[in-house]
Design a protein around this ligand. Structure first.
Ligand SMILES: [Zn+2]
Length: 411
């Protein structure tokens, strides 16, 4: 049965549909893993189906893109423009960790209304709380692998999740936290408990390892096994990423960081200038809250122009926009961003001040995301594209079209 969410219509076939967000999956991870023989099921899947590239939403952060994916809409519509924003009403830095911050419905609730057995499984608890509202009330299942033990029928739609999956709760800082999400999805499909799934992983492994490293290859092999399980259970499988991932180090392996607040305070004085790092979240172990995009908030916005000019001249800074242009060019909600938005080069991250970031947590160098260079991500589909979607794929498809590809794009 068809359903409509945020002015888009989805007409899923009756077979189970599993959409996976492989967090931080730059295309190189897929290429390298396939080339080295670690993803035979995925290789066969896209040979029969489709593999291409899509453009994610900016900032290329997890919450921003997961919100876009489950709504089928850009951040200007979802209102989720980062993990953190400065609330203009209170002047406080607020973490966007509850559904009240979201400005539109999710397509998951609409799918449930249309009679689908929806399951939304995430690695991180924060995504469950931001995006999982309304599903359990409609008979669906929502839980995170981080808190799978706490899953209860009344609040999560399922009582004995660990038993259903057949494995105990994994450690959140591990590759297993992601694999467990797909295992859970496969178990739910195999047992007839779900037929419309969104499975959102965590980028812990991609932050830690480059595509060619053995740890990464082994991780993608485990992922391949579980994707195979979904295919064997009769699923249409679609996968994309929330953002890519790049090395942010110099040739010696030291992180290349520009501390934007320190830089501006030095040049313009400390008065009325503060920088927000919207990548900041409770899981900073793997990125030290350093990403490739920051927002500058000014007490006096008329000072923006001279600061934009100054910042744009700095080596390692690739884009600087005022609030209006940021909203326009990055498709963001103007009241949820700063007076200035700064993006860095491929191998550079932006911070606030040296004291605000603990680089000692970054053993083995820094890999991160957030900017323009982590915007393009893969899309993978188990079905060959129909005529209409072949055309869409050649234009400017987005990662938040992934449910449309899965529901409407197959032959
Ligand atoms: Zn992510």
């Amino acid at each position: 049965m068809s359903f409509t969410a945020n002015n888009r219509t989805y007409s899923p076939p009756s077979q189970p549909i599993a959409v996976i967000c492989i967090d931080g999956c730059a295309d190189e991870y897929i290429s390298e893993s396939i080339a080295q023989g670690y993803m035979p099921r995925l290789e066969a899947m896209v040979k029969k189906g489709y593999r291409g590239m899509v453009r994610g939403a900016l900032p290329s952060f997890t919450n921003v893109n997961n919100s876009a994916i489950v709504t089928g809409a850009p951040p200007a519509v979802t209102g989720i423009c980062g993990n953190f924003f400065l609330n203009p009403e209170t002047g406080q830095e607020v973490m966007m960790n509850s559904p009240e911050f979201r400005r539109c419905e999710t397509l998951l609730t609409k799918a449930a209304d249309a009679g689908r057995k929806v399951a939304f499984i995430t690695a991180k608890e924060k995504l469950r709380t931001v995006l999982g509202d309304g599903i359990v009330e409609r008979g669906g299942i929502v839980f995170s692998t981080e808190k799978v033990k706490e899953a209860k029928f009344e609040t999560h739609g399922v009582d004995n999740a660990e038993e259903i999956i057949g494995k105990p709760q994994p450690e959140i800082y591990s590759g297993d936290a992601s694999i467990y999400v797909i295992e859970a999805g496969a178990a739910l499909v195999e047992q007839g408990k779900a037929d419309f799934l969104y499975l959102s992983l965590t980028d812990y492994m991609q932050h830690k390892y480059a595509p060619h490293q053995q740890e990464s290859l082994d991780f993608y092999k485990d992922m391949d096994d579980q994707i195979g399980r979904l295919l064997d259970a009769g699923c249409i499988v679609a996968a994309t990423a929330d953002h890519g991932m790049n090395s942010k180090n110099d040739a010696e392996g030291n992180p290349k960081v520009i501390y934007v607040q320190s830089l501006l305070h030095e040049q313009f004085g400390a008065e009325g200038i503060s920088v927000i790092c919207p990548i900041t979240d409770p899981y900073v172990v793997h990125h030290g809250a350093l990403g490739s995009l920051v927002m500058v908030h000014l007490e006096d916005p008329s000072r923006a122009d001279e600061m934009i000019d100054f910042l744009y001249r700095q080596e390692g800074i690739s884009e600087v926009h005022n609030r209006e242009m940021t909203a326009l060019k990055l498709e963001l909600a103007p009241d949820r961003i700063g007076d200035i938005c700064v993006l860095s080069s491929r191998d550079v991250v932006l911070g606030k001040t040296p004291a605000d970031h603990d680089l000692s947590v970054l053993k083995g160098g820094l890999r991160s995301h957030g900017g323009r260079y982590e915007e393009m991500v893969p899309i993978l589909l188990s079905e060959p594209l129909n005529e209409e979607y072949r055309k869409i794929a050649l234009a400017d498809p987005r990662n938040f079209d992934v449910f449309a590809f899965a529901c409407n794009g197959g032959n």
